[in-house]
Design a binder for this molecule. Structure first.
Ligand SMILES: Nc1ncnc2c1ncn2[C@@H]1O[C@H](COP(=O)(O)OS(=O)(=O)O)[C@@H](OP(=O)(O)O)[C@H]1O
Length: 322
């Protein structure tokens, strides 16, 4: 893990504002490239990059194409997948798909075939690595075999986070989405604790925190050397060491450096810098969590501990989780 002293964790501040106006969805890059797209080949983060890239003549050349991904961030949901993608997209050899594609985990998309999938990818140059992220792949039973059928040599990135924090983050997202539609959503305590019957482990956000069960399916389809595990807590505390390991795993020349990241006190997280341009992830990332009863957190820790041990044995390393 990193060596710099970590910034203080973001504080629990307040609950989401009730009944927010619905926000427009991001649309994937589809169809023929626009001139702006050609200028920005590289997808996510490209506009903020501000680095010297290939000149306009090369960008308009025939080498600029949409390619199937050679790297996929498969999960975990709420693990820091967006931060990982956007940070990686600062690398000049990376072309990152801006939106989640949900190709391998949604039947209606998978039926559209690889040609459709390729069309969702950003334009890239031959020397660039195309990367997409869809956290829903990790828990999808059919995704591992489908990804392998596309390319058994594809590199997989799995970013994990303390399962309890992940669960609370997942719950917070659902809470926000429900409130945005003016729909009520019960407190986590009410969802998870039913009388004296203990934890209701059928809750989906609990299931999604059972990393070992899901990873076992990926390890049945891919050798472990093809799956790189990123410490989501490490990426929050100190992104660079995690990203250097990712560069190495993906076979990228080392390019990301301390100047690419700065800690933003207001956001409470590291933000991205490319040349003179700086930006943080949007407000849906790193938002305050509602307070959760200490007793429930302890129960969750106890419940996850055996699963966590199993996960550690699968990945050959341990994490400092609750
Ligand atoms: N640099 C930076 N800025 C903001 N947020 C950061 C960053 N690094 C990691 N994170 C953590 O990413 C969490 C969201 O994870 P994902 O992007 O995987 O969510 S999602 O599954 O795509 O919805 C998000 O979870 P919450 O804190 O619960 O909002 C963050 O903790």
């Amino acid at each position: 893990m990193g060596t710099l002293s970590p910034p203080p964790p973001p504080q629990v501040r307040d609950l989401p504002a009730p009944c927010l106006a619905p926000r427009p969805l991001l649309t994937p890059h589809v169809g023929a490239p626009s001139p702006g797209e050609r200028r920005q080949a590289g997808g996510a983060g490209a506009g903020a990059r501000g680095r010297a890239g290939p000149g306009p003549a090369a960008l308009w050349g025939s080498s600029l194409q949409r390619r199937l991904p050679q790297g996929i961030i498969i999960g975990v949901r709420k693990g820091g997948t967006r931060a990982l993608l956007e940070m990686l997209a600062l690398h000049p050899q990376v072309a990152a798909a801006r939106a989640e594609v949900h190709f391998f985990n949604r039947e209606e998309n998978y039926r559209r075939g690889l040609g459709w999938y390729r069309q969702q990818m950003p334009l890239s140059h031959p020397g660039q690595l195309t990367v997409e992220k869809t956290p829903g792949y990790f828990s999808s039973p059919r995704a591992p075999e489908r990804v392998r059928a596309m390319d058994p040599a594809v590199r997989l990135l799995l970013i994990v986070r303390d399962p309890v924090e992940r669960l609370v983050s997942d719950y917070t997202q659902i809470l926000h989405n429900r409130r945005a539609r003016c729909k009520p959503y019960p407190p986590l305590e009410r969802l998870l604790l039913r009388g004296d019957r203990g934890l209701d482990t059928r809750y989906k956000a609990i299931q999604r925190s059972l990393y070992a069960l899901q990873l076992a399916r990926w390890l049945a389809a891919f050798p472990s050397a093809h799956i790189h595990v990123v410490d989501g807590g490490g990426l929050i505390r100190e992104p660079l060491p995690e990203l250097r390991r990712v560069e190495q795993f993906l076979g990228l020349a080392p390019s990301l450096g301390p100047n690419n990241f700065y800690f933003n006190q207001t956001k409470g997280f590291y933000c991205l810098r490319a040349g003179a341009r700086q930006r943080c992830l949007d407000e849906s990332k790193g938002r305050p969590h509602p307070p959760i009863a200490e007793q429930l957190l302890e129960q969750l820790c106890t419940y996850f501990s055996a699963h966590n041990e199993h996960f550690f044995s699968l990945v050959g390393r341990t994490f400092n989780w609750c």
